[in-house]
Ligand binder design. Sequence first.
Ligand SMILES: [Zn+2]
Ligand SMILES: [Zn+2]
Ligand SMILES: [Zn+2]
Length: 319
Amino acid sequence: MKKIKEIEFDMFENGLDFIDNALKPILDNHDDHDLKYSVLHIYAGTELILKEILKTEHWSLIFENINKANIMQLASGDFESASFETTIYRLENVANVSIPENAKKYIRQLRNKRNRMEHFAFKEIDAAIKSNVSKVLSHVIELIRDNLEIKKYSKRSQQLHASILKKSAKFNEFTNLTNAKLAKDLEILKKEKVRLIDCPECFQHTLPLNENLTCLFCGYNDTPENVVTEYVEKILGINGYEVIKDGGYYPVEACPDCHSDTLLVRNDTYLCFSCKEEWKHNELKHCEWCNYLFHEKDVEVGMCQDCIEHNIERYISGD
Ligand SMILES: [Zn+2]
Ligand SMILES: [Zn+2]
Ligand SMILES: [Zn+2]
């Protein structure tokens, strides 16, 4: 069984690796010729990801001819794997995976581009390639989000997935597309005055600080404590472990309102990821006794309400 496990990871890793590679020429943007490889790579990667999703239903489904499905051949990789159309058909009709019509349309468009490239001299303008690649990329990321559990895959797969998300955030055509797709949801949040922060998973500015604490784009979701930790590490680039080891300031404090350790210290404001309260820097002060932050206007002395009460109690009980 071990061998089969290895190949399982290989296919997904391989698919992610192709997609990750497809994004390099787009971001470098110095040689139009390289964009050709974006098309070839993103198509190859997309096919593998679709097969990976199909394989979670049953491994035999990725054989073009299921009657000849053979576990030894699966392990060696030496078999005729399902074609793109077969894969789509089985995903929808056997595995019950819903694939948006647009996803199929854009992937087929990309496949046509790829085929023309392989057989004819290829002339296509940059913008058209980037637009097609960004659309397919967006659907592939959504298909992964909805159908695969990234955390169950190898460390390498997880790293590649993170790298793809990070690169996508720098890909303008992709980010514009994401914002257009989410326009309605973003508008509602704006009306409700919900704050958005950069998502530590996909790096898009699409993580609302509300009850759900779920990224609109990539679906990332966690507790306020974990989100603030990830935010400090991935978005601000501050590693908690290194701060402890080498000294330095870790910009998370206890919130004076909800008392959770989820108050992010930003350049000019404090923002709590639990109760979502925000204060300007001059509105909070460190207590001279316990060092916790408190509302400065509450008390004139440099002591927080808790410390004042504690001291009074001590005074009364005569400790
Ligand atoms: Zn996200
Ligand atoms: Zn709070
Ligand atoms: Zn205090």
